[in-house]
Design a protein around this ligand. Structure first.
Ligand code: KG4
Ligand code: ZN
Length: 348
C-alpha cells in the first residue's frame, strides 16, 4: 500500500533510540541506534547511560530515517512517540524530541503505549490485525498476555509476570552460565547444540491451584533460581557445567509455559489469531513451538521478523499511523512521559 497517513515514530523507553517512518501499512524507514554495548560491562541497562545515549543519537536517527524514507519532515501527517512504560529519563528524551518536532512542524502528536506499539508493528509486516487479536509480549521488561479488540484504543490485560520478565530470566540465566549480556540471543544460540530434556526444570504457575489464581500469569523467578542451584551443585561437585544442555532445558521450560498459556487464552476467549512480540519473540525455539501448538489448535500465528520484535521506532510509527487512520484524537502537547503507563491506556 502506498497511501495512508505518513507518521514518524520515536522510541526511547529503554536502550534503543528508534526512529521509524510508516505510510499507512508500509514501513519506509527504521533507524535504530542501540547503547547495549555501553551497558554490557554492568550486566544490565544503566538508566543514566541510556538517557545520554538517546540524547546523542536522537537527531542523527531522525535525519537517517528521513533520508532512508526519502521524505522531508514537512511531509509528515503526525508524530508518534512512546510515552511509557519504560525508564523515566530515557522516555523523557523521546517525548521532548517529539514535542519539539510537533510544535516546530505544527503536526499532531500521539504519545502512545510501548506495549500496544509492539503489537501494532506487525501491521507493517503482515497487514492489518485481526480484531480481536490475542497478543503475547515477551521482552526484557515485560511478559504479558493481552486481548486486543482494537490496538488503537482497546487493549485488555489477561495476565502478566508476577516476578521476572521472560527476557530478564534469559539474561540472568545466561549470566549464571557465563554467557555475555544480553543473554537471550546467546542462550538461543548455544541451546541449538543442547538436549532440552537434559534437566526438567519447573514450569511456573502451571499447577492446579496456580491455574485457578494465576491462569494467564507467568513466573520465571523460581525457574531462574532452580537453574542457578543446579549449576552451583555441579560446580561444587567439581564437574563441568554442560552449558548447551542447561540452556536448552531452561529455554524449553520458558517456551513451554509461554506457548501453553497463550494457546489456552486463545481457546478460552474464542480468539483465532495469536501475535507474539517483544525481544524474546526472536527466540527460535519459541517460534517453532508456538507454530506447532497453534497449528494443532487451529490458531493463526503471527510473529514479526526479529528486527521488528526488539524495540524500534517503526512500531511506534505503525501504531501512530493506525491511530490517524482510525481518526483517533492526538495527545495534548503537554503530555507526560509515564514510566508506569498501564497497558490498558493506548494513548496518553
Ligand atoms: O523488546 P526488547 O528489545 O527490549 C525490552 O523492551 O526489554 O527485548 C530485549 C530482551 C532481552 O532480555 C534479550 O535477552 C531478549 O529480549 N532476547 C531474547 C532473544 N533475543 C532477544 N531472548 C531469547 N531468545 C532470543 N533470541
Ligand atoms: Zn519493548
Amino acid at each position: 500500500m502506498t497511501h495512508g497517513p505518513l507518521v514518524l515514530g520515536i522510541e526511547t523507553s529503554c536502550d534503543e533510540t528508534g526512529v521509524g517512518i510508516v505510510r499507512g501499512h508500509t514501513l519506509l524507514a527504521d533507524a535504530v541506534a542501540s547503547s547495549v554495548e555501553e551497558h554490557a560491562r554492568f550486566g544490565g541497562v544503566v538508566p543514566e547511560v541510556a538517557s545520554r545515549a538517546h540524547l546523542e543519537a536522537m537527531v542523527p536517527m531522525i535525519d537517517k530515517a528521513c533520508r532512508d524514507a526519502g521524505i522531508r519532515l514537512d511531509d509528515l501527517d503526525a508524530i508518534a512517540v512512546t510515552a511509557g512504560p519504560g525508564l523515566a529519563g530515557a522516555l523523557l528524551v523521546g517525548v521532548a524530541a517529539a514535542k519539539a518536532l510537533a510544535v516546530a512542524l505544527g503536526k499532531p502528536l500521539y504519545g502512545v503505549n510501548h506495549l500496544a506499539a509492539h503489537v501494532a508493528v506487525d501491521i507493517v509486516e503482515h497487514g492489518p490485525l485481526a480484531e480481536p487479536t490475542m497478543a503475547m509480549l515477551v521482552s526484557g521488561g515485560h511478559s504479558s498476555l493481552l486481548l486486543v479488540p482494537d490496538v488503537t484504543n482497546d487493549v485488555r490485560s489477561l495476565g502478566s509476570t508476577i516476578d521476572d520478565a521472560a527476557g530478564e530470566a534469559f539474561d540472568k540465566v545466561a549470566r549464571v552460565l557465563g554467557l555475555p549480556f544480553p543473554g537471550g540471543p546467546q542462550v538461543d544460540l548455544v541451546a541449538r547444540e543442547g538436549n532440552s530434556a537434559f534437566v526438567v526444570f519447573p514450569r511456573g504457575l502451571t499447577s492446579g491451584r496456580d491455574m485457578e489464581r494465576h491462569r494467564y500469569d507467568f513466573s520465571f523467578s523460581g525457574l531462574k533460581t532452580s537453574v542457578a542451584r543446579w549449576v552451583e551443585a555441579r560446580e561444587r561437585a567439581g564437574e563441568p557445567v554442560p552449558v548447551a544442555d542447561v540452556s536448552a532445558s531452561f529455554q524449553e521450560a520458558v517456551v513451554d509455559v509461554l506457548t501453553r498459556k497463550a494457546v489456552l487464552a486463545c481457546r478460552e476467549h474464542g480468539v483465532d489469531d495469536l501475535l507474539i512480540g517483544g525481544g524474546v519473540a526472536a527466540n527460535t525455539r519459541l517460534r517453532a513451538m508456538a507454530q506447532e501448538r497453534c497449528d494443532a489448535a487451529g490458531i493463526r500465528l503471527r510473529v514479526p521478523r526479529p528486527g521488528l520484535c526488539t524495540d524500534n521506532g517503526a512500531m511506534v510509527a505503525a501504531l501512530g499511523a493506525a491511530m490517524v487512520a482510525r481518526g483517533r484524537l492526538p495527545s495534548d502537547l503537554d503530555l507526560p512521559a509515564d514510566s508506569s503507563m498501564p497497558v490498558t491506556l493506548v494513548r496518553v
